[in-house]
Unconditional design. Structure first.
Length: 356
């Protein structure tokens, strides 16, 4: 198993430390720690290592599943990774919907074989027929993010039901990373609620503004969840104790207030980005979540040139579309504090004007 470099993370590692403004961040601005009780007693492992049973039961109820079908992980990234390890063997085939977060394609490709089904602007619609055409007898998994990272496209219940029927017909599984789902004004039912061949991964990083808590989860049929547990014993053992303690509060009595504030914040910032996109004649799809994927401005060869020169001249970091396989675009995160977003948009606008 040989994994390629994670292009987005290498890009951020190169530019983020020296930047004034980070507009490639893909989550909502972080919540202050003082709104949570941090007293966890002794700093030991979470026992059992797949997460507190009561907390797992609370999460399971959201999906119409049982507690034994939930495994708590160190973030959604680990949830996705462990699911791939649990499901895929050498020679297995996966269908991955793009554009997407790189690990959702790179990991299954390192284990087996991947066929990419590209969605395209302006609407980024997914053709279920195209997914069907991409499937093979050895297809084990269909993978997507919903809402999408980076486009913000949110596939509706009819499309998700059709995808589920397709994978069930092929005795395959549907893995959906739903880490942005709760930022939607009216979230659709999660994928895992569709049936035993659908798997949901999520966490508190993006929708809840708690990236530092490092808590995610897998919701899957119990047989798969048990395989995830087995792999987890070889990675992080248990979710972080303090993170789980905070996540329980965030998904408990504080959830309604957190989500209302985060959705309102995301909507207000999105309106600012919409004005910017219109002002500079860029094409985009109005997203769900806190990521937008506009075209690069005229006068720049590709996303990397635009983003490199922006960093050099204005000390602002964006994510070039090349790291998602679309070199004529860039990803901008608008979940950060509004004053930082406004300052970043002003600098980006100045960069565009200076290079026209």
């Amino acid at each position: 198993m040989e994994l390629p470099p994670f292009e987005l993370e290498r890009w951020l590692d190169e530019y983020e430390p020296e930047a004034d403004l980070m507009l490639a961040e893909s989550g909502v601005r972080s919540l202050p720690v003082d709104r949570f009780d941090l007293d966890v007693g002794e700093l030991g492992y979470v026992i059992p290592t797949d997460g507190d049973p009561e907390f797992r039961a609370d999460i399971a109820e959201r999906y119409g599943r049982d507690a034994e079908e939930v495994v708590l992980t160190c973030g959604t990234q680990e949830a996705d990774y462990l699911t791939f390890m649990a499901l895929l063997d050498e020679g297995d085939h996966s269908v991955v919907i793009s554009p997407t977060y790189q690990s959702l394609a790179s990991v299954p490709d390192a284990v087996g074989d991947v066929t990419e089904v590209r969605t395209e602007p302006p609407e980024w619609e997914l053709s279920v027929d195209a997914v069907a055409d991409a499937m093979r007898p050895e297809t084990e998994l269909v993978v997507l993010t919903n809402p999408s990272n980076p486009t913000g496209k949110y596939l509706g219940p009819e499309t998700m039901a059709a995808l589920y029927d397709l994978v069930a017909e092929h005795d395959a599984y549907l893995l959906v990373d739903e880490v942005y789902r709760m930022l939607a004004e009216e979230p659709h039912a999660p994928a895992a609620a569709l049936g035993p061949r659908a798997i949901s991964t999520a966490g508190v990083s993006k929708s809840y503004g708690l990236a530092g808590a490092r808590v995610g989860w897998v919701v899957a049929d119990e047989e798969i969840a048990d395989e995830v547990r087995k792999w987890k014993d070889y990675t992080t053992i248990s979710p972080p104790l303090v993170g789980q303690h905070i996540a329980r509060q965030a998904l408990g009595e504080q959830e309604a207030d957190i989500l209302e504030a985060n959705r309102s914040h995301a909507q207000a910032n999105k309106e600012r980005v919409a004005e910017f996109v219109e002002q500079y004649d860029l094409d985009w799809f109005e997203p769900t979540g806190v990521n937008a994927f506009p075209t690069i401005p005229a006068g720049f060869e590709n996303g990397k040139e635009f983003c490199r020169t922006l960093f050099k001249e204005e000390s602002v970091v964006l994510a070039p579309g090349e790291v998602f396989g679309y070199p004529d675009r860039f990803r901008i995160g608008f979940g950060l504090h509004t004053e930082e977003l406004e300052s970043g948009l002003e600098r980006i606008g100045r960069h565009i004007e200076n290079n026209r």
